[in-house]
Design a protein around this ligand. Structure first.
Ligand SMILES: NC(=O)c1ccc[n+]([C@@H]2O[C@H](COP(=O)([O-])OP(=O)(O)OC[C@H]3O[C@@H](n4cnc5c(N)ncnc54)[C@H](OP(=O)(O)O)[C@@H]3O)[C@@H](O)[C@H]2O)c1
Length: 363
């Protein structure tokens, strides 16, 4: 490859749902400083018509043809695809990842990576046996903002010793009025706020409380409670307590409250100051502000770190995936397999204490 040639990733997109549309819209966006080239090689869906409509709507103004399929199998078997993007409900992630891996495909799979840690291990074992790349699409971890913030916290120690992080994700869903087939209501698809949105505030806590993440992560103690409507978990609160440092994370999530347009999505407290992360929701951070210790009545002046918004921000994980695959890596250094398993284990423990049981847990 010439020095100026960018690695190219030809994507096979599984499903025509919401997240696939966001992901694809970001990948087809023209950019000047691209680290990789992305081609939407094919769309796979339960229906050919949906694939056609999706391609017409989201893969516009590109200098190539996208193949549309009326099944997922045709994506797995398409020899022109470098990486399959799995955007099905999390209850199907294990099935879809295993099928793609069996066909020898690299995989980027949406969060929650699977329903539980056992399923995640099964997928990574299969990837290891087949020698393909698999990664969890935890796009928050790939944002440049996170590496900058962690450097400020743990190398520059801008707020002294970090002792606490709080983060909350809220959205409004009327569970009672949803059809039983909705992914928000069907337990076999992974319904419940923890796996759907709680994973983001959990990620903020993990990334800001543990400097060792993702390669030498410390397992925090967990204390959790969950509440339910119609048997579906709608509110989770959990405390993470790191034994070595005494740091605490307070992570909350609910599908019972409408969110504001722009709020503080995470706060990190230190002995000499605090950091507020601003954005719409914890998956969409926009900026963060570092404040000195608050000693007067008036809130102190802070230093704001604002970040360019490249569409929604999926391009960072897509670029890193393309670079990983081009380099022959089988795991993402940003979201390694052990870290995805550990996050699933934490959520398993939250569910064990809170009472959410999925059919897959007893399979
Ligand atoms: N990274 C993020 O910020 C983010 C945001 C939202 C969601 N997600 C994750 O992405 C995954 C999909 O979420 P989504 O919001 O995109 O869901 P969605 O809009 O409901 O789309 C899911 C797609 O999966 C396919 N599907 C197959 N069997 C299905 C079934 N029984 N019920 C519903 N859909 C079925 C359908 O596509 P076809 O008919 O085309 O096959 C459907 O369009 C979830 O794991 C979710 O956690 C991530």
């Amino acid at each position: 490859m010439a020095a100026t040639e960018l690695p190219t990733c030809r994507w096979g997109i599984l499903t025509t749902g919401l997240i696939s549309s966001w992901f694809v819209a970001d990948l087809v966006m023209p950019r000047e400083d691209a680290k990789a080239k992305h081609i939407i090689q094919a769309i796979g869906s339960s229906s050919l018509e949906k694939s056609r409509d999706f391609a017409a709507k989201y893969v516009k103004d590109v200098p190539y043809q996208t193949t549309v399929y009326g099944s997922y199998e045709e994506v797995y078997n398409d020899p022109n695809i470098d990486c399959v993007y799995v955007g099905s409900p999390h209850g199907f992630h294990k099935r879809d990842c295993l099928a793609a891996i069996a066909a020898g495909k690299n995989v980027l799979c949406e969060k929650a990576f699977t329903i539980n840690a056992r399923e995640a291990r099964e997928v990574f074992d299969a990837a290891k046996a087949k020698g393909v790349y698999v990664a969890e699409a935890m796009w928050l971890r790939h944002r440049p903002m996170l590496a900058d913030l962690r450097k400020l916290l743990y190398e520059d120690k801008v707020i002294g010793e970090v002792f606490r992080t709080t983060s909350d994700f809220q959205m409004q869903l009327d569970i009672a009025s949803l059809p039983a087939t909705s992914r928000y209501k069907d337990l076999s698809l992974g319904a419940g706020s923890m796996l759907d949105i709680g994973i983001y505030p959990l990620t903020w806590a993990i990334l800001t409380l543990d400097p060792g993440t993702p390669t030498q992560s410390e397992d925090p103690k967990i204390l959790a409670a969950q509440s339910f409507v119609d048997g579906i978990e709608v509110t989770t609160s959990l405390i993470l307590h790191y034994p070595s440092s005494g740091r605490q994370g307070v992570v909350t999530t609910t599908t019972e409250r409408r969110k504001g347009a722009s709020e503080i999505i995470a706060t990190i407290d230190g002995t000499n100051g605090f950091v507020e992360v601003e954005g719409a929701v914890p998956s969409h951070p926009r900026s963060f502000t570092v404040y000195p210790k608050w000693t007067e009545d008036k809130k102190p002046e802070g230093k704001k770190y604002d970040y360019q918004r490249l569409q929604q921000g999926f391009i960072y994980e897509a670029d890193n995936t393309a670079l990983d695959i081009a380099a022959g890596r089988k795991e993402s250094p940003i979201v390694p397999w052990a870290e995805s398993i550990r996050v699933m284990e934490i959520m398993d423990e939250v569910r064990r204490q809170g009472g959410t049981k999925y059919p897959q847990d007893s399979a």
